[in-house]
Design a binder for this molecule. Structure first.
Ligand code: DC
Length: 217
């Protein structure tokens, strides 16, 4: 079984993906972490904060040459800086092409090994797994998403401000939805889940209900 999950930043798509993976015993890939790893390595090696659209392509190409899906350390990569830079480098065609190749390899391996996989990101249902058995599109109002992200990040960084988190998320949504190459758009055949009034288990129940209704598992 192949499941595609897309959605806006901090909408709860990663949480759903990981709960579905545990429940259905299917491996999962958080594709945002791969973009974030590229961003992390870029920031580390260029030692400057990339300005909007000013990126050193040769540094980026050498990062991609040696990139693999190992060491996707959430603790490090989940910071807002890497999310923002990931959204900038995610606009570049050669980055998306290379990451698509890695994702397709992962999918093939997981189908062989485990009979399926779950991927979550921005272009999964439209570009990476267009033939997924199930597609979900996760969203919630910006205020709710900003508060959730603030709560997560505040644990490790008491200096962050809610209004800046909200601005970051808005900017990131805009980048992700407006880029030319595989933008974040809802695949027509996806099920939309608004997570505003739902806790993670309720979101999981909704997704499972839909899966069970449509397929024997
Ligand atoms: O899901 P996330 O917030 O960890 O993703 C960080 C950024 O990575 C996101 O703003 C855009 C980019 N990304 C992408 O372009 N395509 C994906 N499939 C996943 C992430």
């Amino acid at each position: 079984m192949k499941i595609a999950i897309d959605g806006t930043a901090a909408s709860g798509k990663g949480t759903l993906s990981s709960l579905l993976s545990e429940t259905l015993k299917i491996p999962r890939l958080d594709t945002g972490l791969i973009y974030r790893k590229v961003a992390f390595l870029y920031v580390k090696s260029s030692e400057v904060m990339p300005k909007k659209n000013i990126i050193n392509n040769s540094i980026l190409r050498s990062i991609l040459e040696n990139l693999d899906l190992q060491d996707l350390d959430e603790e490090i990569l989940k910071g807002e800086l890497y999310g923002n830079v990931a959204s900038i480098v995610g606009k570049i065609n050669f980055v998306r092409n290379k990451l698509k190749t890695l994702q397709i390899e992962f999918i093939k391996n997981m189908i062989k090994q485990s009979g399926g996989c779950i991927l979550d990101g921005r272009d999964i249902g439209t570009n990476i797994l267009p033939n997924a058995d199930f597609k979900f599109y996760i969203d919630a109002p910006i205020e709710i998403r900003a508060k959730r992200r603030f709560k997560q990040l505040y644990i490790n960084d008491k200096s962050i401000e809610l209004k800046n988190i909200k601005l970051d998320l808005e900017k990131r949504d805009y980048n992700d939805k407006s880029r030319k190459n595989s933008p974040l758009i809802r695949s027509k055949d996806s099920i939309v889940i608004n997570t505003e009034f739902l806790n993670p288990n309720q979101v999981l129940d909704k997704a499972l209900h839909f899966i069970k209704k449509n397929k024997e598992i």
